[in-house]
Ligand binder design. Structure first.
Ligand SMILES: [Zn+2]
Length: 248
């Protein structure tokens, strides 16, 4: 059965296929992640040239099976140029989506979160907190976010201002009574931020615990295979430090 489709989409990843074509992994607004074959896209003057990550497109495809054929691509807004830091952050976001989602699994909340993180990439050029927001939104959209309202052992409700909760095995939070010795603390402000709208940067004091908490959750889903983008981001930040430039 041949199917046709059209949707707003972002390119997550592209790789060569045969002499002149590309396989695209894209995130669509209503159909989740799709694989598409862009025939002839690597030929000079192809109408399917310029299919790059970080740009919003309206894509049209036709075909069946795992890899329908891309038949049209209109850019939905003017192209933006990425500096190296923005490019690495985009690579990280795309790698997370590729590693944690499957094809043909609709996730409209994820598309909204992806659009939001790309906007933040532009407006907050030198921040990183919006990556934490995207990580949490991604976990929520895929149904893997830890329940931050209840202790994973006794089910007691979290209350702001009580003794700090801690991270349990599998990253689910635990009340003080059920904390394991040496478990990372989850400050109140961290839980409050993750439970709220995450519209603004979290308090500076919780940024590092927040990064570690979300990293532990994501790592538990990655089957031990590291993220290439994380290695590149760490190397970039180290070069900034080595050269005396400010690290944000
Ligand atoms: Zn408990």
């Amino acid at each position: 059965m041949t199917t046709e489709g059209e949707d707003r989409a972002f390119i997550l990843h592209r790789y060569p296929f045969s002499d002149s074509s590309l396989v695209l992994e894209v995130l669509t607004a209503s159909q989740g992640r799709l694989g598409l074959l862009a025939r002839g896209a690597r030929r000079p003057r192809s109408a399917l040239g310029g299919l790059e990550a970080g740009r919003p497109f309206l894509l049209r495809w036709r075909g069946h099976g795992e890899l329908p054929t891309l038949v049209g691509a209109d850019e939905a807004s003017p192209a933006r140029l990425f500096d190296p830091w923005q490019g690495l952050c985009l690579f990280y976001v795309n790698e997370l989506v590729l590693r944690l989602t499957a094809r043909n699994d609709p996730a409209p909340e994820l598309f909204a979160a992806y659009t939001e993180v790309l906007e933040a990439l532009w407006s907050e050029r030198r921040a990183t907190w919006y990556l934490r927001r995207f990580e949490q939104r991604l976990l929520q959209a895929l149904g893997w976010a830890a329940d931050l309202s209840h202790c994973a052992v006794c089910g007691s409700a979290w209350q702001p201002g009580t003794d700090a909760w801690s991270q349990g095995p599998g990253t689910a939070p635990r009340c003080p009574q059920h904390a394991e010795p040496g478990a990372p603390v989850l400050p109140d402000a961290l839980i409050q931020w993750l439970r709220g709208h995450m519209a603004e940067a979290p308090p500076a004091a919780v940024r590092e615990p927040l990064r570690r908490y979300l990293r532990a959750q994501i790592d538990s889903l990655l089957d031990g295979r590291p993220l290439e983008s994380r290695r590149l981001l760490a190397a970039y930040l180290q070069r900034q430090r080595d050269s005396g430039r400010p690290v944000w």
